[in-house]
Design a protein around this ligand. Structure first.
Ligand code: SF4
Length: 393
């Protein structure tokens, strides 16, 4: 992997709020597609069911919103996330990407990633996505066992995942990710391991292994309050170490706490964001960060569709990010990556004596080691990393 520029920078002329008038120095765009067939038990992403009839209007509004973000740099990555972006028909995608080409400059080898759910794609659709320019497909697989998938509220079984994966390969996708969950309340360790083994049989280019986060207000959190038990931390830690080993022996590079890829198949979009690059987010609920501004869209689909005359600023909540805050955030994200954080950046961020002392303690305990000019978290310590970062910050 080629590390991107490792130095902190504040490369924008914007300062406190964004009103759509200045050129934006960003090379990455995220489109949020907030539609799903049904809601999963654990999900707190911004998504709506039963609204597929609004997708045409939503696509037009996304295109209109691009004018509010006049990007001056060439685009290196585009990411369609959701929700379920694969509810977009190929003509929707074509329309969006055509607008991107017209309004911005898209690099010839740009990465165009798309999240998808297996039950919403088939060979013809995937072939059309590929023809539109999508280069990377991320399939929400989650688990091998049908009863586990049902408990999660997923709409597919493993056979459907296999079919979608094979259709994607036949359509020409050379970079396919599978999302898998771990730490589930209704899955044993053996079942989790079986999921990984079955996933490996498909020969994916990338695996994202996410530990379950129980989000307040979800049906799953209610079930847990009512007595459903989660696996204990030791079990999840064992599964995590097992997965690190098996993926490493199958040729995967762990480039982030939850992400493993074959050589050259890492997600360039996410990598850029973890390394502190500016990015634009478009659509309901989408977040973007440019220089000293973090903005987020509200989560009302109705309000978004009713925006008139390009008044997108009325739909955004904006936050001024002091350089110091952004740099601390960046350190947190960089420590989650295999590359780690540039030593000189830490020197700058940890001017606070207490944080510096704590960091030195982590180094002396070998949680964090120095590798060249970088400090990196030891892969076997990734599991406890979030606790470490909370303490540092
Ligand atoms: S498919 Fe994804 S976004 Fe939609 S409900 Fe399930 S987890 Fe949430």
């Amino acid at each position: 992997m080629n590390p991107v520029d490792g130095n902190f920078k504040n490369d924008t002329c914007m300062e406190t709020t964004w009103n759509g008038s200045e050129a934006i120095h960003a090379s990455h765009i995220y489109f949020h597609i907030p539609f799903c067939v049904s809601l999963c038990q654990y999900c707190d992403f911004i998504s709506f069911t039963g609204k597929a009839n609004l997708i045409d209007f939503y696509v037009d509004k996304l295109i209109e919103e691009m004018d509010f973000f006049p990007i001056s740099r060439s685009l290196k990555t585009i990411y369609f996330g959701g929700g379920t972006p694969s509810l977009l028909e190929p003509h929707h995608l074509e329309k969006i990407l055509h607008a991107v080409q017209n309004k911005y400059h898209l690099e010839g080898h740009a990465e165009i990633s798309m999240e998808s759910n297996p039950e919403t794609v088939d060979f013809e659709k995937l072939k059309a996505y590929r023809r539109c320019g999508v280069t990377r497909l991320s399939l929400g697989a989650q688990a091998f066992q049908t009863n586990v998938l049902q408990q999660l509220g997923r709409q597919h079984d493993w056979h459907r995942i296999q079919c979608a994966f094979e259709d994607a390969r036949k359509s020409g996708f050379e970079n396919i990710n599978l999302d898998i969950m771990m730490g589930l309340p209704f899955q044993t360790s053996d079942q989790f391991k079986k999921t990984i083994q079955e996933a490996l049989k498909l020969n994916p280019d990338h695996l994202s292994i996410y530990a379950l986060q129980v989000e307040a207000g979800t049906p799953l959190s209610t079930r847990i309050k009512n007595g459903l038990t989660l696996p204990d931390d030791d079990q999840v830690a064992d599964e995590y170490m097992w997965v690190q080993d098996i993926l490493q022996s199958n040729g995967f590079d762990q480039y982030e706490v939850s992400n493993f890829s074959k050589i050259g198949k890492h997600c360039r979009h996410n990598w850029a964001i973890w390394r502190g690059d500016n990015y634009i987010g478009l659509g309901v609920g989408a977040v973007g960060t440019v220089g000293t501004i973090r903005y987020s869209h509200r989560d009302s689909l109705k309000e978004f569709l009713q925006i008139r005359n390009g008044h997108f600023s009325t739909f955004l909540d904006q936050e001024f990010l002091p350089l110091q805050t952004r740099q601390v955030e960046r350190v947190m994200l960089e420590l989650r990556t295999s590359q780690g954080v540039l030593k000189s950046n830490l020197d700058f961020v940890f001017q606070d004596r207490q944080k510096k002392t704590f960091f030195e303690h982590l180094i002396s305990q070998k949680y964090i080691v120095q590798r060249g000019d970088y400090y990196v978290v030891q892969p076997e310590k990734f599991f406890v990393l979030s606790g470490i970062l909370d303490k540092i910050i």
